[in-house]
Every structure is written in C-alpha cells, then in structure tokens.
Design a protein around this ligand. Structure first.
Ligand SMILES: [Zn+2]
Length: 282
C-alpha cells in the first residue's frame, strides 16, 4: 500500500504499492512525453528516468504539460518538477542528453520496466525499438499525426508481440493508416495537394492540446497495461488489453471518415522481421 494520503482514492482501483518498483524511462519529454509522465505519476508510478536534451520554449506552452513558469528551463528538469509536485516521494533521474549518443542507453533500457517512447523522429524510434528487442524490455510509443487529425499508439512486449519494424511491414499491407504520411517524408507536390500549406506552417500547427490528449491517454493506458503484465499480481482495475496497436481519429479528415474513430489490431511477431525475427539471431 502507499502511505501517501494523496493516493488514498486510488486504493479502490488498485494497490498503488504494486507499482512502486516499476521503473519508467521516458525517452522524449515534449508535449506527448511530458503528459504521459505526469499521468503515470498521478497513477502511482514513482520511479522515473527522464531523457531529453531540449529546453522549454514559448511555442511549447500551449501543448506541453509545463507552462510559462518553466520557460527557458531544460525539459527534463521542468517535467521532474511537475512529477514531484504530484508526488514528492518520486525518484527521478534526469538525463539531459541526445538519445542517439546517450552513453549508457543500454543500461538505462535494461534497468527499466518499460520505455515510454515519445520522441518525434524515426531515427530515435527505431534505435529504441532495436535496443528494446535486444535487451527484452517492453516499450510503448505514441505519435500524433500532422495537424492533430488523430494519432497512433503501439506497445511492444518482448516475445509476445511484433516490434516496430513488424508493425511497419504489416501496415504496408493494410488500410489502417492509409492516407497518413509523415509530412517530412512526402515531396512538395504531394504536400501541396494534401494540405495546401508550406511545411513550416504545418509543423507549427500540430493540433490542439486536446488532440494530443486523446493519444497520451491511450499511451498512458498501454504503459500501465505493460507494467501490470510484469507484476506478480495484476491490479483488478487493469484487465489486460487485447490489442497493442491503436489508430485514433479525432476528426473526419481523410483518412478518417468520422469523429472519434478507433481501429485496433493485436500485432504478433512477424517471422521475416530483420529486427526481432529468427534471422536477427543468426
Ligand atoms: Zn519485428
């Protein structure tokens, strides 16, 4: 049990003490990562490692969990302060480093119950995917699609689910994410046709905080599910999720046809996967 009265009202849902040994590595403390970290702290998670090497700027304030009082501060320190405000007993390690060159990334991942993968580029996402496969550490990643029209959340569970590379292979053969393109990957003509906007304008308008909040709630729920899977006793309030990849549509903008549209799959390991399949062990 937790002896902090702030968490007393969670007692009817689950024994917060069950979560006390869960260690969460938050890779990326931007708008998504900061909100997931805060939601986890409010769910009783207390052991965090925060990794990011950016500072909070004025443009971040409308979407980041941290507001104006943290302007100019490092994001890891600002998010740590928010977590401590909810739970002064939280243990937080701040890693103000670039993920691609973080010297002890392997050790950090190996020591974590789960990685919250909330970076905003594929290079870091695939590096963490590969390390988590090698080190058999679960991760959960989420991202918001351009202009906040929706987003996706994916949980990797070693030996049970496919990895991020498996997912991309499967998505190429389905219509789940059809029409969604990372804006940086399309050429100018396509972009013009799809959005009628210049890239700077698109990058500056990734949706409202509420658009992101739907995704961070799914993201947090999948992290809690992942932690619960590793516990000796699963909290009754958190029955296991049947699916590990969710695509959520906020608005009826292609590829979504209606408001609040949810698609989901249970992704199994893909035999031919070069990262997690049999070939990767040879
Ligand atoms: Zn794979």
């Amino acid at each position: 049990m937790s002896d902090d009265p702030a968490f007393a009202r969670l007692a009817g849902l689950f024994d917060v003490g069950l979560l006390k040994d869960a260690r969460v590595l938050v890779a990326g403390c931007g708008s998504g990562g900061s909100q997931v970290a805060l939601q986890l702290a409010m769910s009783g998670i207390r052991d965090f490692t925060l990794l990011d090497n950016d500072e909070l700027e004025i443009e971040n304030v409308i979407r980041h969990a941290c507001g104006r009082r943290y302007l100019g501060q490092r994001k890891v320190g600002a998010v740590a302060d928010l977590i401590l405000d909810r739970n002064p007993a939280a243990a937080i390690t701040e890693l103000d480093v670039d993920l691609m060159s973080a010297p002890d990334l392997d050790d950090q991942i190996a020591a974590s119950s789960v990685v919250v993968l909330a970076t905003d580029n594929d290079q870091t996402r695939y590096l963490v995917n590969q390390k988590c496969v090698e080190l058999e550490t679960p991760f959960v990643t989420g991202r918001v699609f351009t202009r906040g029209i929706g987003g996706e959340v994916f949980a990797y569970n070693p030996g049970v689910t496919g990895c991020l590379a498996c997912l991309e292979g499967v998505l190429e053969r389905t219509t789940l994410r059809q029409g969604i393109r990372e804006i940086d990957l399309v050429d100018e003509d396509v972009r013009e046709k799809m959005y009628g906007m210049e890239i700077a304008e698109i990058k500056d308008s990734p949706g409202l905080n509420i658009d992101i909040a739907f995704i961070t709630c799914f993201h947090t729920r999948l992290v809690l599910d992942t932690i619960a899977r590793g516990l000796p006793e699963r909290p009754k309030f958190l029955p296991p999720l049947e699916h590990n990849y969710f695509v959520w549509g906020n608005r009826p903008i292609p590829p979504f046809s209606k408001h609040f549209e949810l698609q989901k799959i249970a992704l199994k390991p893909q035999e031919g996967c070069l990262i997690c399949g049999p070939a990767s062990h040879e």
